[in-house]
Design a protein around this ligand. Sequence first.
Ligand code: DP6
Length: 419
Amino acid sequence: MAAEKWVYMVTAQTPTNIAVIKYWGKRDEVRILPVNDSISVTLDPDHLCTVTTVAVSPSFDRDRMWLNGKEISLSGSRYQNCLREIRGRAGDVEDKEKGVKIDKKDWEKLHLHIASHNNFPTAAGLASSAAGFACLVFSLAKLMNVDEDASHLSAIARQGSGSACRSLFGGFVKWEMGSKEDGSDSIAVQLADEKHWNDLVIIIAVVSSRQKETSSTSGMRESVETSLLLQHRAKEVVPKRTLQMEEAIKNRDFASFTQLSCADSNQFHAVCLDTSPPIFYMNDTSHRIISLVEKWNRSEGTPQVAYTFDAGPNAVLIARNRKVAVQLLQGLLYYFPPKSDTDMKSYVVGDNSILKEAGLDGANSVENLQPPPEIKDNIGSQDQKGEVSYFICTKPGRGPVVLPDQTQALLDPETGLPK
Ligand code: DP6
């Protein structure tokens, strides 16, 4: 490796994921090993993703990282663990055109620049760390010519944030808790790809919240220390539920999928309440959405919509097909209309072609919505303006990809600094 001025870089895009069988609790805080298996659906990266550019150059004097345009410290142990693990697996790299030649052993001395960007607001509480650490590990693996499959990379991403390991795959993903002390068998595996069940439509209600939430990391630590329900859940409930969920996904059995997702989300929030002091992630709006969905499912006789909530008040609603999603959106907008001056295209984002199908692309169309017929009592009316910040319409999506188009890189190819 001569002292040239080249900058060699890779840009990748990685999806986020939503758990339908939740990870909540670690048996090893450092290696990030969970107390139970979990299962997730990967969300379409066109609507929710992280893009990361990683660069290496002999001219860099230290590892540096920028997140959403701001420089952040890489000194935390989670970053350090991921960087160490990935460097340890680096291979030889040669790009004759650019005059780049890196030997395996050189990686220990070379420094990295990393720039990462989420295409959704970090503050929305939408698992940005999952897509972020998955993208960091995936892009570094490509840059460093790491010869490992996605499951092995997932075990590295896991050490950045547990849920990140599931973002190494598209479609439906299981994080196997494993049993080895070193965590080498605590990995993600794909259950089915995103095309397997492509009727599903996902609507996320980003619920307004003024409350500062307990982070997942500290919340689950407190639950492990104080909740007996967590112990029961991990030992008795999740092992059976995981098998049932795998079957439901395999057979595209929406009724079982819904029953299991809703029950698991509710049990996770029950564990939070069973924690001392109790942790409240859902709020009144979240509860109203649950009630709406439960009533609708009951009135239809068979489930139409599954719900799940992570460590925050946002509702992730999974509709069995597009027709149901259109009706769901109409019901949601009836109860949670936008503030008067809001443009519908900024109130329903992601795949907002659904607005047209729902007849909601014109002026005053929300005012003309009728209450869903099954809701006969007075759980709310049109006075809940502002309770939902916005909706995201999306679907199950693909896993990580390299973005070969240099114009999408977040670092300047000459300087290796943010563009
Ligand atoms: C409620 O993966 O954010 O979203 O491993 O400490 O980084 P750390 O926690 P994190 O926890 C996610 C918890 C959850 C459920 C889930 O995604 O399975």
